[in-house]
Design a protein around this ligand. Sequence first.
Ligand SMILES: C[S@@+](CC[C@H](N)C(=O)[O-])C[C@H]1O[C@@H](n2cnc3c(N)ncnc32)[C@H](O)[C@@H]1O
Length: 275
Amino acid sequence: MSPVPTRLGTVQETLLIPLYGRAVENDKPAAALRDSRATEIVAELDYDFSRFAELPSLTGTVLRTVLFDAWTRSFLDEHPAGTVVELGVGLNTRYERLDNGQAQWFDLDLPDVIELRRAFFADTPRRHMIAASVTDDRWPDAVGGLADGPCLVNAEAVLPFLTEAEVRGVVDMIARRFPGALLALDTAGPAIVGAQEDHDALSKVAARMRWGCPDVAVLTEWCPGARVLGSHLLTSLPPAIHDALPEPHRQMLAGLAEQHLPQVEEYGLHLIRLP
Ligand SMILES: C[S@@+](CC[C@H](N)C(=O)[O-])C[C@H]1O[C@@H](n2cnc3c(N)ncnc32)[C@H](O)[C@@H]1O
């Protein structure tokens, strides 16, 4: 079988970092997450992943996904027929890990990413790909035309690549179109955004983050009535998640916590209830 070409735009290329992170994790004897599909996709893509080999932040991307998975699992436990929207889905495989046979899933990304995604995934009556920018105000129609009721919007490692004005517009649009929805997102503080040239993974690609967010509480100012339900650093994961990690991961996190690095202490993972 010939390799699948990866002709991706600048910000789109970043999807290969968490994909590779999950593939590497999957091959560990003691893994925080299993993702055999990621391993298969990495093997099939025509891309030199060696530039990301051994990067410390790969494990960070995996731990972020473990937390977003846990939030999605508990949303689906409460709302088995609920709607999950993945913004900036990349080659994310959350559906493969968590689908419960009832939920509606929407996987949104820019057109070249969705074209690549179609080499590996197909739409079904409950799983729909949307080729659009997250800033495009028509995507909520595509979701709302097929699903209603409780909604979880996952924006994993996508909003920091937008400008603050764009993020504000997206959050406002989700709040208006999906009242009461849950929004899971990550934020990178100004020190991280200012030092991207030195970031172990981002320095290997051309894309750069633009939204430096010192405090996720700003969302509650943008959207009065929004509530922060959970806010974590990689070094302050919910105890149930942290304690279930393999020993090497817990040791790594304990070491990181002692160092008080800005790239760790300014990188937040949040679950917001929109008004
Ligand atoms: C670091 S990757 C994360 C991918 C995926 N969420 C994951 O965790 O595996 C960032 C993703 O955001 C997407 N993205 C960036 N800007 C976007 C936009 N304006 N609209 C839609 N997707 C966007 C990129 O194409 C890419 O797939």
